[in-house]
Design a protein around this ligand. Structure first.
Ligand code: C5P
Length: 228
């Protein structure tokens, strides 16, 4: 385990329409830095991570404003139409197929090294993801927004990132899933479709994905209190 190469792939090519902001959410500032810079600094400061591949939008005008680039440990690749395609483009830039990849949303700046450490313990080809057990009661709805049924929440988890897989296995799974036209909203779902059963590693609930306007204040609160 000690000698394996671990590469982080960070999809940051989304437009973040649910944020209703004038720029993609990863470029909004919290405290003194953009969300993307917070995320990159958590990842780059972890001793086990060798390199970061960042997928950004074609003609992204905000990247050049960031003082971080060029950076010797960050490779930029072009993102795709969907998150899965952005991640796949990142994986294609990895030469070592035996490497392990840690895929992490640019929009999750509150990740801790404590959670990362837990996930990086995994050394099983099924892979693993950070997730939290559902605490709210979960309803299934129809198109009219009426309740069809109440799900058994003891069996339900909310998937977070990072998600951790062997590079070659994830790449095959994403290629296969995309070619089938499957709706792939995280890496684990592609692995599941390919017949794997990734492990759920219980993470912290403050590892939020900044998605809606009200999430900004919460992320700022967590970032203010966090040491790493
Ligand atoms: O939209 P959502 O919040 O699920 O996006 C999760 C992450 O995937 C974000 O960091 C976003 O920038 C990224 N993404 C991407 N390429 C896309 C869509 C989303 O890299 N086409």
């Amino acid at each position: 385990i000690m000698s394996r190469e671990i590469i982080a792939v960070i999809p940051a090519a989304g437009v973040g329409s649910r944020m209703q902001a004038n720029k993609p959410k990863q470029y909004l500032k919290i405290l003194d830095k953009t969300i993307l810079e917070h995320t990159l600094s958590v990842i780059l400061s972890h001793p086990a991570i060798n390199h970061v591949i960042l997928a950004v939008g074609k003609n992204d005008p905000y990247l050049s404003e960031m003082t971080l680039f060029p950076h010797q440990n960050i490779t930029l690749v072009e993102g795709g139409e969907t998150r899965a395609e952005s991640v796949l483009n990142g994986l294609k830039a990895i030469k070592n197929n035996q490497a392990w990849v840690l895929v992490h949303d640019a929009a999750r700046p509150c990740l801790t090294h404590q959670d990362l450490d837990k996930l990086l313990q995994i050394d099983d080809e099924q892979g693993a993801i950070l997730a939290i057990p559902a605490v709210d009661t979960i309803k299934r709805a129809n198109k009219q927004q009426d309740i069809i049924k109440t799900e058994d929440r003891t069996e339900l988890w909310l998937a977070q990132t990072p998600q951790f897989f062997r590079c070659d296995l994830l790449r095959n799974a994403l290629e296969q899933g995309l070619s089938q036209g499957a709706n792939i909203t995280d890496e684990a779902s592609a692995m599941e479709l390919a017949g794997f059963r990734p492990h759920l590693v219980a993470g912290r609930s403050d590892n939020i994905k900044v998605t809606r306007p009200e999430d900004l204040a919460l992320a700022e609160f967590y970032l203010t209190r966090k040491t790493l």
